[in-house]
Design a binder for this molecule. Sequence first.
Ligand SMILES: Nc1ncnc2c1ncn2[C@@H]1O[C@H](COP(=O)(O)OP(=O)(O)OP(=O)(O)O)[C@@H](O)[C@H]1O
Length: 312
Amino acid sequence: MSDQKTTTTPKIPAQPGPKPVLLEVDEVTLRFGGVVALDKINFKIYEGEILGLIGPNGAGKTTSFNVMTGVYRPTSGAVRFRGEKVTGRKPHQISRMGISRTFQNIRLFPEMTALENVMVGTDSRHKTSVPGALFRLYRVKPKPEELPQVTATSGIVRTWQEIRRTCAKMFGLSRHILEERAAEAKSLELLRFVGIADRANDEARNLPYGYQRRLEIARALATEPKLICLDEPAAGFNPAEKEELLSLIRRIRDMGLTVLLIEHDMRLVMGVTDRIVVLEFGRKIAEGAPAEVSRDPRVIAAYLGEPADGAA
Ligand SMILES: Nc1ncnc2c1ncn2[C@@H]1O[C@H](COP(=O)(O)OP(=O)(O)OP(=O)(O)O)[C@@H](O)[C@H]1O
């Protein structure tokens, strides 16, 4: 009977379903006094895509990043990440949810080495912290009432306390040390990934500009995000550096991450993104594939500063 069923079942080739939505910006408005920085913005970011967010100066691109990462709370509307509301959460909580970012104006710890800067990013993933390890030492100290069989002053108690304290020191701290080492190895791997491992031990302030930009990306990756938001990562880059960045962004996506990219260099944006959202004066004026968007009269007008035919 079951054989018959199998042979009569029509063979339908597996269809790739629509990609799941990773992040949704839902009717987001943000006012700064009289300035409407974002005006009922809607767009979605799908898992695994590279989405470009473009628009002329002051269009609301960085403000959108700031709303997604908890720097600003929208006046109305909401941002959802994997179906969960991001709006109202603190930046570090959002980072733990899986969103990380770089900044338009590089924000590194200048006196820390490149490696240490990346290790800071891994911190949110540590199970053990120094205070955590020390707290465990304190906590494992047994109270006399936990040892009802003997008196608090007996030699047995003192020996037991010593043994437990020594074990705690060994296991609590060694776990911490192991985690530190793992964080260091992972950070070094990330420096290699972005191509700057040769300067791992140099202070961030002494690194060339292009290295600092890539260090920011390594640090953002260290939080193990699902979505990485890059705010003008190619600013100040020469053409060769831009090519390298393009390949780096593709490799980040190939690792399984989703990328949101703010970038003014149109060649870079058109060359690397799957889709583009265009903002102007805080409003979304276009959305679609790069070729489609680049032909859109409203987009052309926004960039050339001329009114588009038929545009509202
Ligand atoms: N903290 C703030 N207080 C007041 N106005 C702000 C603030 N942040 C942004 N704005 C305003 O919001 C609008 C959008 O700014 P935003 O920085 O998001 O633009 P942008 O598209 O990122 O521009 P650029 O390409 O120049 O970085 C601008 O009019 C800006 O002046």
